[in-house]
Ligand binder design. Structure first.
Ligand code: DC
Length: 231
């Protein structure tokens, strides 16, 4: 059923930011399904750049190597049941871009100004025609500074590492210690970079997800949404 906000002409935007393993993507997908919103996974876009650069044998730490790749980059999402399929340059990369190697490469490319500049219009355009929930690191600070509802999810490092470990061990040989170290390194890189660092927007609502399950976090956000939009 459409809410009052959805019946009006204005697109509304919910942003969900926070570090790896805070629960952003699972919660965002659930809310998108429940509230009938588009789900925009901005992290997948950085992962596509990392994957395409690796496929092309480019040095992802070098700004000069990337402009032509960025110019020709095609990223497309396709809804498939509960999941979004991700296509990069018309190749289906949905699970390929979730490897530990791409985790690290995506973090590296996301610190480059040329990459952020190229992805920003794509991220904004993705929410142009629909009500949307945007999952990222800078969704509420840079991509949509005037979003209607901004959420910042976080949890302590060991909780986040255990969640990521449970996800990754389905696909790869991983151990909890290396997953914890990798997340700590990405936290450090994502929050200390000069370009759009990970930080809570001043007007974002902070939710600690350590002691809440997915249902609990989603319900909190849906309540906030209803309080804000439906009076
Ligand atoms: O959310 P994720 O783990 O799929 O993100 C992959 C990388 O991209 C991560 O290192 C942070 C970066 N990222 C970013 O810098 N800005 C965003 N809006 C989304 C992700």
């Amino acid at each position: 059923m459409k809410t009052d906000m959805q019946k009006s002409n204005k697109n509304f935007i919910i942003t969900i930011d926070g570090p790896s393993g805070a629960g952003k993507s699972t919660v965002s997908k659930k809310i998108a399904a429940q509230l009938n919103l588009s789900y925009i996974d901005t992290g997948a876009m950085y992962r596509c750049v990392a994957w395409a650069a690796r496929e092309a044998g480019l040095d992802v730490t070098s700004e000069s190597a990337l402009p032509s790749l960025l110019q020709n980059l095609k990223i497309r999402f396709q809804a498939a049941g509960k999941n979004n399929l991700v296509f990069c340059n018309e190749q289906e990369v949905t699970s390929t871009i979730r490897s530990p190697e791409i985790d690290a490469l995506a973090s590296a490319v996301s610190s480059l100004a040329c990459v952020r500049k190229a992805l920003l219009p794509l991220q904004r355009a993705a929410a142009q025609h629909n009500h949307a929930i945007i999952d990222g690191r800078d969704a509420g600070t840079v991509i949509f500074p005037h979003a209607d509802l901004k959420i910042y999810l976080d949890a302590d490092l060991s909780t986040r590492a255990r969640r990521r470990f449970a996800e990754q061990k389905l696909n790869a040989e991983v151990d909890l210690k290396s997953v914890t170290e990798a997340i700590a390194n990405r936290d450090q890189a994502d929050s200390s970079r000069s370009e759009a660092p990970l930080r809570k927007a001043d007007d974002a609502i902070f939710i600690d997800t350590a002691d809440l399950d997915i249902e609990g976090v989603s319900q909190r956000i849906i309540e906030l949404y209803k309080a804000r939009f439906n009076g």
